[in-house]
Design a protein. Structure first.
Length: 259
């Protein structure tokens, strides 16, 4: 299926690893031009950038702190200056930082900055350029935690809950501009970061087996490519009448009875 993404410019926050990296690679394969915003040093991304160069010569990488509003604005403006268009954004950057109810208000606010506020900044500064193209799209990377809770992670839960609400709010605000806004809501996704967390639990194999047993479809974790495929579809005109949706790519984790 041709997704019609050839030459489309898509900004991906947190695009240098994990889910974001899978989205970037998939966009490149589909002929789009991914622009990466990530705090990971460029020197540590040579393999990714070399692979992208096979598909394109014009990809951009901005090594920035995504919570720095002015750096985000500069990256967006530079992207438009280079390509004369921005067709979509993926608000993917974030981390489950375990800022719980016992954390200080300052730590809670920092968690919101790290997981929610930057999404508003990226959309805010991209919006004038997105409006120039009929059929631009925004994909927000949510989390099951927004709906199920997790315990011990008030900041992340509030941020992802806010992002789910903003998905609906922005979809309504931007419908008149033909800009679609959707969110993907993963549950248990197998990433290097998840692997590191499991290794810190002692018996990582047992911990993983316990988690996977709660996932109805296949009793396995979701692969990053499965998230990426859904995100890229939502960025394409193949989903031209889909907006305001919270799409659960989670093997039935949230919505199916796991008793």
């Amino acid at each position: 299926m041709d997704l019609g993404l050839q030459g489309k410019v898509i900004i991906v926050s947190g695009g240098a690893s994990g889910i974001g990296e899978a989205i970037v690679r998939t966009l490149a394969i589909e002929g789009a031009i991914p622009v990466i915003l990530d705090r990971k040093p460029f020197a540590e991304c040579s393999e990714l950038m070399d692979e992208l160069a096979i598909e394109h010569k014009n990809d951009l990488y901005f090594e920035i702190d995504i919570t720095d509003e002015q750096l985000v604005r500069k990256a967006v403006d530079t992207t438009y200056a280079c390509f004369d268009r921005i067709d979509g954004i993926v608000n993917n950057a974030g981390v489950n930082d375990s800022v719980g109810i016992d954390a200080s208000p300052a730590e809670f606010r920092l968690s919101l900055e790290s997981n929610l506020v930057h999404a508003f900044s990226l959309l805010h500064y991209s919006l004038p350029y997105l409006k120039k193209n009929h059929g631009s799209a925004v994909v927000n990377m949510g989390s099951k935690v927004a709906l199920t809770g997790q315990g011990g992670t008030s900041g992340y839960a509030a941020a992802k809950g806010g992002l789910a609400a903003l998905t609906r709010e922005w979809a309504l605000d931007l419908a008149k501009d033909h800009i679609r806004v959707n969110s993907i809501m993963p549950a248990e996704v197998w990433t290097d970061m998840y692997d590191d967390w499991l290794n810190a639990q002692g018996d990582s194999a047992q911990a993983k087996e316990k988690i996977e047993a709660r996932i109805p479809l296949g009793q396995r974790m979701t692969e990053v490519q499965e998230i990426a495929d859904s995100a890229v579809f939502l960025l394409s005109n193949r989903s031209s009448h889909t907006t305001g949706q919270l799409i659960h790519v989670d093997g039935g984790y949230v919505h199916l009875d796991r008793a």
